[in-house]
Design a protein around this ligand. Structure first.
Ligand SMILES: [Zn+2]
Length: 248
């Protein structure tokens, strides 16, 4: 049984990427998203040295106010990656003005459409605006909602909009994760991926520690419980989905 860790910031972890991958022998490959220009370049460099790494490039909503300065360089890198991301909206931390976040998000969704690439999307406390921008840019079929934490109501709306996938992370295994488990129950397995979001969101019993790709199986087995499926079936279907999206 092998897994794909569909969102794993190896370049932000405190340990060398090859060491973290060595400790994850049951992880076939990982998606390493950029969050700005420097980390997008690092992701591409990792993908060049390891056939277990797929890189994506993009500007995270926290840094959206750098969009004007980094746009041209990021657009030049974008065709070298497997997706645009991580992009999105974060109204919980509000580290960039919301207007800047919306502009950077919409522009990068259009870039994904121009390049015919998937888009890795982060959302926190911004579901209504996220929905509206994806709808307006007509990009739902390329959107992967990473670290999905929306409840059943928003899950149904994004399913109806036609997003490519919901990606589940540590919260689906948290003791406090009932809302995301109720959401996961209505997501068809063929529209799901699993991820660690390394180095963040370590699942139990490792909460509070830096996360690493070896723990993706904990996320997968939490989903297996939600769906009432054997864990092997979840590993197989989520790996197929990741391959279809990131390595077509
Ligand atoms: Zn991330």
């Amino acid at each position: 049984m092998t897994w794909v860790d569909a969102h794993c910031h190896l370049q932000l972890a405190g340990e060398p990427a090859d060491e973290l991958l060595r400790r994850a022998p049951d992880v076939d490959w990982v998606v390493v998203p950029g969050i700005d220009l420097a980390t997008s370049r690092q992701a591409l460099a990792l993908a060049e040295t390891s056939d277990r790494v797929v890189a994506t490039t993009g500007l995270h909503p926290h840094d959206a106010s750098s969009w004007t300065a980094e746009r041209d360089d990021l657009a030049a890198l974008a065709p070298l990656g497997a997706a645009i991301g991580e992009i999105g909206l974060d109204y919980y931390r509000d580290l960039s003005p919301r207007e800047d976040q919306r502009r950077a998000f919409a522009d990068q969704l259009r870039l994904a459409a121009d390049l015919d690439l998937p888009a890795v999307v982060h959302c926190r406390d911004a579901f209504a605006d996220l929905y509206e921008i994806i709808d307006e840019t007509d990009t739902a079929d390329r959107v992967v909602l990473h670290c999905w934490t929306g409840g059943p109501r928003w899950t149904k709306r994004f399913l109806a909009l036609g997003v490519a996938a919901f990606s589940f992370a540590g919260p689906v295994a948290f003791e406090t994760g009932d809302t995301v488990r109720r959401a996961a129950r209505i997501v068809p397995p063929e529209l799901a991926t699993v991820e660690t979001d390394t180095p963040y969101l370590s699942p139990p019993p490792y909460r509070g520690e830096p996360n690493e790709p070896a723990r993706v199986a904990i996320v997968g087995s939490a989903l297996a419980d939600v769906w009432g499926l054997p864990v092997e079936a979840v590993a197989a279907v989520t790996s197929e989905n990741a391959t279809r999206i990131y390595r077509p």
